[in-house]
Design a protein around this ligand. Structure first.
Ligand code: HEM
Ligand SMILES: CC(C)=CCC/C(C)=C/CC/C(C)=C/COP(=O)(O)OP(=O)(O)O
Length: 283
């Protein structure tokens, strides 16, 4: 129900942002803060997945990729899934409340943006559904950062912004790969409502934006060579893959871009932590 193979990376961005802030400003993180932070974001991500699974139960039953999920397959009743999702939502809000008011506000915002703005309002109506719905994706990283500090908040915003800019490549490459599924369910993902030619151009364009944006932390002098080297190497691979998709838009290419997108994001968050541990900003 809660799609752990998705939320592990959401929780990892929280963990990475918190540890990066802790190393960067030499601020310790209490064990209780870790429990409340990681527990809260895990509950929040699981809540969002469960509630969006409840909202999407009708179209999930239509798509090959999702028809075996707990509600469409009858393993859990919609009523129980809704109750489970609401309980997880309450747990995540209470735990983030005990972290601090910033974490609580961002958790509430992330849940609202993902469940209501994205899943309820936009997913079936607009091809830009994942743009306005994408802010929720950056929320876990910002929650991790503000759990430690609100100083130099631009560092937390850059991490959240990186996740936000990563989403179009992540989901549109998948949507291109399973265009038939989304068409059957009537979900207007960009690759479903646009031609393949313009979809691969947009995916390549958003990948370029994401890779250029990923260099900002170094250009602002807030992170050093370890981060630059990682963002450079992994960014070059992401660019090469999306250029390959642009030139030869096959299902294999779109699947490869999709599957590499998560290791890309993971590598950058690891680089944030390692660099913050070894790199002290000038001045
Ligand atoms: C509006 C935002 C997002 C949408 C619509 C979206 C959509 C999807 C979809 C449809 C899948 C395939 C799931 C399946 O087949 O069961 C997926 C996989 C995944 N998503 Fe997202 N996603 C979003 C944001 C995020 C964010 C912010 C993260 C983490 C930071 C994330 C992490 C993952 C991971 C790790 C997978 C599995 C990837 C793999 O199988 O290699 N997603 N996403
Ligand atoms: C603050 C906080 C915890 C925020 C949660 C943010 C969050 C859960 C973001 C991920 C969104 C996501 C993977 C949506 C899946 O889309 P989908 O439902 O369209 O995917 P599907 O087609 O596989 O069902």
């Amino acid at each position: 129900m809660t799609k752990p193979k998705i939320w592990y990376l959401l929780v990892f961005t929280t963990f990475g942002a918190a540890l990066t802030a802790s190393f960067y400003f030499d601020l310790p993180i209490e064990p209780m803060t870790w429990v409340l932070l990681i527990g809260g974001v895990t509950a929040g991500s699981a809540a969002a997945e469960t509630l969006t699974g409840y909202i999407d139960r009708d179209i999930d039953a239509m798509m090959d990729r999702t028809k075996d999920r707990p509600i469409p397959s009858g393993r859990i009743s919609p009523k129980n899934a809704l109750a489970f999702g609401l309980i997880l939502t309450a747990i995540s809000l209470v735990m983030s409340w005990f972290v601090n008011i910033w974490a609580f506000s961002l958790m509430a915002f992330g849940l609202f943006d993902n469940v209501i703005v994205y899943s309820k309002w936009l997913k079936r109506r607009s091809q830009s559904n994942i743009i306005l719905g994408g802010f929720s994706g950056g929320a876990p990283a910002l929650i991790g950062y503000v759990a430690v500090t609100t100083q130099n908040i631009e560092i937390g915003l850059v991490m959240a912004g990186l996740v936000f800019l990563w989403i179009p490549t992540h989901i549109w490459s998948l949507a291109l790969h399973i265009k038939k599924d989304y068409t059957k369910a009537g979900v207007p993902m960009l690759p479903v409502v646009s031609s393949e030619k313009s979809s691969v151009r947009v995916i390549a364009g958003t990948t370029v934006m994401m890779v250029v944006f990923s260099l900002v932390p170094f250009l602002f002098g807030e992170f050093g060579i370890i981060y630059l080297a990682t963002a450079g190497v992994f960014g070059a691979v992401m660019l090469a893959l999306s250029m390959w998709l642009l030139v030869k838009p096959t299902e294999k290419a779109s699947w490869t871009v999709f599957k590499f997108s998560s290791p890309y994001l993971t590598a950058l968050f690891i680089a944030f932590m390692v660099d913050a541990y070894y790199f002290t900003p000038p001045g």
